[in-house]
Structures are given as structure tokens and as C-alpha cells.
Design a protein around this ligand. Structure first.
Ligand code: ZN
Length: 165
């Protein structure tokens, strides 16, 4: 495994629509393994392939809603699609490509996503709260959308520290 460089918001690649993954080969597995290491090292909750310069529909989401005492785990989603979305949440959102900045973004409270695993098998997964936010945020990256364009407004350091916004 190897760390990949995370592109920041001025890179044009972050604003391009990504193509489907069609080959579930060792090259894809290497990409996913590298992304997992990069995500862990950056201490993030999600990472999309375009953030490491690969314009393909592959993302990682960290499932943080785990029972007490169990480990958080990374979900690999290839060619993901949102099947259902319900409810609404509004909160602070950030991105590894926009370091240190957070904005107020509305997202569904709960989503159901369909995706392929690294071997091409389809599965469905649900996420709530931060995980739902993360699914939506990472899927937006595949459309070339960075959260700053969806934020009602960006948050000041003061607001972030106080948690009042
Ligand atoms: Zn992001």
C-alpha cells in the first residue's frame, strides 16, 4: 500500500464527472488499498477516487455508527447510486480537499445506497447521521461537486469552536 496525494480545491480534476469502473482488477484493488491508507493517515471519514486524481466512480466511507467497543470500518463503494433518501439534517461539513474549512450543508438524515464491491458484486447499504452525510458528500465528488458549492454558508472559526451555528 502507498499513500496518495490528496488534491485540493484548486485542482480542475475535482470538478469533473467520473467514469464508471468496468474492470475489477488488481489495479482497482491497489487504488482502494492506497485510498484506505490515505484516508486513515488523513484521519478522515470519507475519500473519493477523484480526490487522489483518479476520475473513476469509487469511494470509501468510514462507518462510525458502530456499537460500543466495536471498531469503525471502511465501506468500499464502486459505481454507487443512492436508492432512497429520507429526513433532513443540517450541520457542519468538511472535506480533505478543503483543509481547515467547514460549511453548513443540508443532507438527508438517512440514505440507502446500492454499489458494487471490489470484485463487482452488487450490495445495498444504509447509513444514518454522519454516515448518510458522508455517502452524499462522497457521491457528489463523483459528479464533480465539492461541498463548498452546496454550503449555505461557510463557518467561521468562532462558530466552529462554539458549536453554535
Ligand atoms: Zn470531500
Amino acid at each position: 500500500m502507498a499513500l496518495r496525494n490528496i488534491l485540493t480545491q484548486e485542482e480542475p480534476a475535482l470538478y469533473k464527472k467520473c467514469r464508471k469502473v468496468t474492470e475489477f482488477n488488481p489495479r482497482l484493488h491497489q487504488l482502494l488499498d492506497d485510498m484506505a491508507e490515505t484516508l486513515q493517515q488523513a484521519n478522515g471519514v470519507g475519500l473519493a477516487a477523484p480526490q487522489v486524481g483518479v476520475l473513476r466512480r469509487a469511494v470509501l466511507v468510514l462507518e462510525t455508527n458502530v456499537p460500543e467497543g466495536e471498531d469503525e470500518y471502511v465501506i468500499e463503494l464502486i459505481n454507487p447510486e443512492i436508492l432512497e433518501a429520507s429526513g433532513e439534517q443540517e450541520g457542519a461539513e468538511g472535506c480533505l480537499s478543503v483543509p481547515g474549512e467547514y460549511g453548513l450543508v443540508k443532507r438527508p438524515a438517512k440514505v440507502k445506497v446500492k454499489a458494487q464491491d471490489r470484485f463487482g458484486n452488487w450490495f445495498e447499504v444504509e447509513g444514518e447521521g454522519l454516515t448518510a452525510r458522508c455517502f452524499c458528500h462522497e457521491l457528489d465528488h463523483l459528479e464533480g461537486i465539492v461541498f463548498t458549492s452546496k454550503a449555505e454558508r461557510m463557518l467561521s472559526q468562532e462558530e466552529l469552536e462554539s458549536g453554535e451555528y
